[in-house]
Design a protein around this ligand. Structure first.
Ligand SMILES: [Fe+2]
Length: 116
């Protein structure tokens, strides 16, 4: 029988406060980033086309999870969302200085665009 880790090992035995929930979501995002890193390393480390396709698909699903979690984080902590938007604007200005345009698809799902 599988023996999974306790997902609440770092928490106290009660419902989380809002701040604890925000921290938990940040930890969830970190976990998704780590999963993407590992899946991508495995995609790069194999020439098996089926494995590449399946693992790439799973990796991309983890990216979608980050989008879900980031949206949840912005809902839970609107002030943090303002900081995300500030960072996005800074990079956009740098790209503008470099005369580099942002692909239209990426601007649809950016952090800042969800604030508007
Ligand atoms: Fe995930």
């Amino acid at each position: 029988m599988a023996n999974f880790a306790n997902p609440f090992a770092g928490n106290v035995p009660r419902k989380m406060t809002k701040e604890e929930l925000i921290q938990a979501v940040r930890l969830n995002i970190a976990g998704e980033l780590e999963a993407i890193y590992v899946y991508d390393a495995h995609v790069q480390a194999t020439d098996d086309p089926v494995a590449k396709k399946v693992i790439s698909d799973i990796r991309d699903e983890e990216k979608a999870h980050i989008g879900e979690l980031m949206t949840l984080l912005k809902y839970l902590d609107p002030e943090e969302a303002v900081h995300f938007a500030e960072g996005e604007e800074e990079v956009k200005e740098m790209l503008e200085d470099l005369k580099i345009s942002i692909p239209s698809d990426s601007s649809k799902s950016t952090v800042g665009s969800l604030l508007k």
